[in-house]
Write a protein that binds this ligand. Structure first.
Ligand SMILES: Cc1cc2nc3c(=O)[nH]c(=O)nc-3n(C[C@H](O)[C@H](O)[C@H](O)COP(=O)(O)OP(=O)(O)OC[C@H]3O[C@@H](n4cnc5c(N)ncnc54)[C@H](O)[C@@H]3O)c2cc1C
Length: 235
């Protein structure tokens, strides 16, 4: 069970650079010492009375003492500058856990995950938790990035797909021409190809608004109920 959202304090214990503009930080919870959350939830970092930035939890709920966040700092605004400046030993404050972009195991439907670049963060937590805790049913992931360097969790998903044949992993890279040029076109095409039948499907789509709309429209055109497309809009 996820905790109710509350004010939290944690300490940065590690910072890793996964790509030129993608950073991961490990946070050791201080107050409360453990945070129960559901995979796919996020925390809200305050920057002023009405200014916050949201960061999804990249790690799985099996670890409640140590949380990982992962950010694309290329946008360069308040949140990116804060993330970029974090160093081991810093104390951070946030509110969490928040959000309903979560997959419950009791849902009998077959999940399709679709992520655009940093939109992979909540999906990594959901998929990681499912397979670490014995989810034997089929699931698929389509993960788009502009180039291989931005596909930061690629090795992890490849390894998961090798170990669990029921997990179908479809990395997608931009190409100079055709529908694959951008995330919206590329992911809509891949979803079209890998989903011949929407019966019993539930989709989890995360990234930019344009991509979410295109993928949702494609799935709805194939007959999926609009409500069966869950989404988290990062930008
Ligand atoms: C529920 C939720 C969870 C989120 N989780 C994460 C996360 O785990 N990791 C993460 O990096 N971000 C995440 N975000 C986005 C994050 O909250 C910030 O918007 C992002 O870090 C940019 O903040 P900023 O202050 O640097 O730039 P801003 O000044 O707020 O944004 C500058 C512009 O860039 C756009 N933008 C923001 N992010 C991107 C992006 N990645 N690519 C292209 N354009 C973008 C914004 O819409 C805006 O137009 C999440 C957002 C939401 C709503």
């Amino acid at each position: 069970m996820a905790d109710k959202p509350r004010e939290c304090r944690a300490r940065v214990i590690a910072v890793r650079r996964l790509a030129a503009a993608i950073l991961e930080i490990d946070l050791l919870m201080v107050e409360p010492p453990e945070l129960a959350f559901a995979a796919g939830q996020w925390v809200s970092v305050p920057f002023g009375p009405k200014t916050v930035r949201a960061y999804s939890i990249a790690s799985t709920p099996q670890s409640q003492k140590l949380l990982t966040l992962c950010a694309d700092v290329a946008p360069g605004g308040l949140g990116s500058r804060w993330f970029r400046a974090l160093a081991a030993g810093d104390e951070v404050r946030f509110k969490g856990p928040l959000g309903g972009f979560v997959f419950t195991r009791a849902d009998p439907r077959r999940p399709l995950f679709v992520a655009e670049e940093i939109g992979i963060v909540p999906v990594r937590s959901i998929v990681g938790e499912l397979y670490a805790t014995g989810f034997g049913r089929p699931a698929a992931l389509a993960y788009w990035a502009r180039d291989p360097g931005w596909l930061v969790y690629d090795a992890e998903f490849l390894s998961l797909a090798r170990r669990y044949p029921s997990f179908a992993y479809h990395p997608v890279m931009a190409s100079a021409t055709g529908p694959w040029q951008d995330a919206a076109g590329g992911l809509a095409e891949v979803v079209d190809r890998i989903v011949p039948d929407v019966e019993g499907l539930v989709a989890y789509v995360c990234g930019g608004e344009r991509m979410i709309q295109r993928v949702r429209d494609r799935l709805v055109a194939k007959g999926l109920d609009r409500k069966a497309v869950r989404w988290e809009k990062f930008w």
